[in-house]
Design a protein around this ligand. Sequence first.
Ligand SMILES: C=C(O[C@@H]1C=C(C(=O)O)C=C[C@H]1O)C(=O)O
Length: 246
Amino acid sequence: MRVVRIKYAHSEPLFWRARLEVVEGGNLEAARLIADCAADLGFVPITLAAELGLPIVPRLAIYAVGPIISARLFEGKGEKGPCAVSETTVSARVVSRLMGISFRRVEDPWRGLEECSQVLAVGDDALKMADVGVRHIVDVGELWWERVGTPLFFAVLVARRWSRDVEAAVEEMENSVAMFYENPVPVVEAVSRRLGVSKSLVEEYFRRSRYLVGPDGVEHMRREAEILGLPPLRFLEAHSPDKGLL
Ligand SMILES: C=C(O[C@@H]1C=C(C(=O)O)C=C[C@H]1O)C(=O)O
């Protein structure tokens, strides 16, 4: 059982205490690892889960209820017009749909700040930009919350098929999140040190990140896919921990 972890700070609470065989990748790579059968379970952007028809396990996800910090449209100093990092599909679609902005792609968001009028950055780079005080035009989680009024799912958990091993892996991650909530300090300190970002920003970031999917999660994900113009989402049936095993 190999589990895909998106390589940004947001995944830390899900994995820091999980005893799992992990393969790491960026947003786009994560979906490829599942689609190519290099992993059985893992987190992928909701856009790619929809487009590739990957079955969603609605127990865990990476989502925001309001501002998220790690997905922002920053102010640039350049003349090239709006740019987005190549790693974003979810935030780019949200900003395109809700604000009517279309983006050219940039590999390096920091260079983008020099060359483009606006830069859409996600993940650790966005956290670093926020920490050094780069001004932003919108926070993608906040934009969604204000306009749509439901949580914004960035990454969803997908599995090729259900099995006891999948169940056990999901439980490992749920336990890891529970241990994080019991005492977030070690994760906050490690992430702050690794990224060179202030502890207070990391603390705030993790207060805003959500992982456990509630009873309305499926409906909110479906609504998001509809608004973003994605193909209908597929869900794995046996995702409840107590489902008739006695
Ligand atoms: C909010 C984040 O979301 C990331 C941004 C995504 C996107 O814009 O396509 C997709 C998944 C997440 O890895 C983050 O990296 O912290």
